[in-house]
Write a new protein. Structure first.
Lengths: 410, 133
């Protein structure tokens, strides 16, 4: 695989890289796992909607309402196309990954799960794929089981196979860890789950932005992701679900748009996807989401993956040479562009703060994955994460910055 | 940046003057910063007039949280309990002598929160950020 785009040309699409940090330091943004930067195409798509077409969608018949509705529905098609959904109607707009998972827990979960039922998660889940299930487990008396991470920081397939003997009703797992960068073998996980009759939920918050993800090829039942991590705006995310599952699910929030007819004492829900989109949605954000999906598709997700693989390899190689550093995660072949590390005697906050002084944005903390940090035996890590706009020169700057940290605290 | 890491902070982080645990003590409290897992415990001894005669802190965390704790403990020696209860965020910011953003401010104020919770005799559930506003 080779990169088929020129990073330096692509960077010109991102106006934020024109700004400086502190006293004339170039911005080196290594925090895309938290949220990605936005290209002009996304910003302008939203601005253009507000400047020219702003109206509420669906029921209006005036020109602006027609235009806005068309733009909103086109966004659904663009997002569906990125993940190769069989129909755009299988894509529901939500606020983010977190809301998508909660929606599934509250509708599909309450309808289909019962006391004693087993739900399988993994030890590397983000809090958003833990807490909703903990809440539901409390309510319905479910049994939560966790696939561990191997010593090489991979999805433990043997342990998973053993857990499947418990005949779970649901397997919900991340396709890429936001801390370790571990890419899980989603297709195999899903196939094995289906063999025991379980439904699968793929947390695609990190995979959809960074890898080619094809829901039909994966045969995923649900896939959830957030626009803001894939060059789009905050405030909007997606829930993909197979049509028969979505059709059978009860509605989530009640209100306008999600109904077909309403009487004083009863209502008939609207069809999918509107059944799950109560109230006026984030219209501009949906349009920005669509623009982001199209931007990524134009680059090609294979090229995105190849570029990040290159960077992941390079960053691991460069960090390895720093004395006293420990990087958590698998080797580059199974890893996205994420490097979470600790340094002997140094606190992640201090590392991040000094790097910020060099214009380098990294994140310090538990990255919403406290149980994973516990199993790695650390409280917190410093995380540098990479996306299509990052370069090897920026990796070099990171390593130089790390040496500066060592010097200051040496 | 060099501002944030002025010499005093690095020094107090590396070689704190008041690290330890006093036993017996008149005040004891401990708490964490949930975002980064930083931990501070503070022990204080007072005389009959409720004046701090000795105090110490222990725990782990970033240079800002640990240096702030050390400087705060130094500052309360000889202060009355009522004065300790009246300490605010500005006192800690003055002690550190730097401007902090909202995230690092939490690090800096952890020790004040712990100290005031102890001074007021609160239970863990009663501790809130309001103590250090
Ligand atoms: C793997 C993973 N899942 C879920 C989420 C939650 O995403 P959001 O905060 O957009 O709901 C994140 C965000 O960090 C993530 O990395």
């Amino acid at each position: 695989m080779t990169t088929t785009f020129d990073v330096n040309v692509l960077r010109a699409d991102f106006p934020i890289f024109d700004r400086e940090i502190g006293d004339a330091k170039k911005l080196i943004y290594l925090d895309s796992t938290a949220t990605a930067q936005k290209p002009t195409a996304v910003i302008e798509a939203m601005n253009e909607y507000y400047r020219r077409s702003n109206a509420n969608i669906h029921r209006g018949v005036h020109t602006l309402a027609e235009e806005s509705t068309a733009m909103y529905e086109k966004a659904r098609e663009q997002v569906a196309s990125l993940i190769n959904a069989a129909s755009p109607r299988e894509v529901i707009f939500t606020r983010n990954t977190t809301e998508s998972i909660n929606l599934i827990a509250y509708t599909w979960g309450r309808e289909n799960l019962d006391s004693g039922d087993v739900v399988i998660l993994t030890e590397m889940e983000h809090h958003s794929n833990l807490v909703p299930w903990q809440m539901l487990a409390e309510e319905l008396d479910l049994v939560l089981e966790f696939v561990p991470v191997t010593d090489d920081y991979l999805f433990d397939m043997d342990a998973y196979k053993k857990l499947l003997l418990l005949e779970p009703k649901l397997v919900s797992f991340t396709q890429m860890s936001n801390v370790l960068g571990t890419i899980t073998p989603a297709k195999e996980i899903i196939q094995l789950a289906h063999e025991v009759g379980a439904i699968t939920l793929v947390d695609g918050a990190q995979s959809v932005p960074h890898l080619p993800v094809d829901v039909q090829d994966l045969d995923a039942d649900f896939l959830v992701f957030s626009a803001h991590k894939m060059l789009g705006p905050t405030g909007i995310g997606a829930l993909y679900g197979k049509m028969d599952l979505l059709n059978a699910m009860p509605p989530f929030l009640g209100g306008g748009d999600m109904i077909k007819t309403v009487h004083l004492r009863s209502f008939v829900p609207n069809q999918v996807p509107y059944k799950f989109e109560a109230g006026t949605p984030a219209i501009a954000e949906a349009i920005g989401f669509g623009a982001a999906a199209e931007y990524l598709q134009n680059i090609g997700m294979d090229a995105v993956e190849a570029h990040e693989h290159d960077i992941a390899e390079y960053v691991l190689e460069r960090l390895e040479e720093v004395p006293g550093i420990t990087v958590f995660g698998p080797s580059a072949e199974n890893k996205g562009g994420v490097a979470s590390f600790v340094m002997d005697g140094l606190h992640p906050h201090d590392i991040a703060q000094i790097l910020d002084g060099e214009g380098i944005a990294v994140r310090a903390g538990h990255h919403c994955a406290q149980p994973l940090h516990e199993s790695c035996g650390v409280k917190a890590t410093t995380r540098a994460s990479f996306y299509i706009y990052n370069t090897k020169e920026e990796v070099d700057a990171l390593v130089e910055g790390i040496y500066k940290v060592k010097e200051i605290f040496g | 940046m060099d501002d944030l890491y002025r010499q005093l902070i690095i020094e107090r982080y590396k070689t704190p003057h008041y690290r330890g645990h006093l036993d017996p003590h008149d005040i004891f409290f401990e708490d964490d910063n949930p975002v980064c897992g930083d931990h501070i415990e503070i022990t204080v001894r007072m005389d009959d007039a409720d004046v701090v005669t000795e105090a110490a802190f222990d725990g782990h965390g970033c240079s800002i949280s640990q240096a702030a704790a050390d400087l705060l403990i130094e500052y309360i020696h000889g202060k009355k309990l009522d004065e300790v209860k009246a300490l605010t965020k500005d006192d800690v910011v003055d002690l550190l002598g730097i401007d902090l953003g909202p995230v690092r401010l939490k690090c800096a104020l952890l020790s004040l929160k712990v100290l005031k919770a102890g001074a007021y005799g609160l239970s863990v559930d009663e501790v809130s950020d309001e103590l250090v506003e």
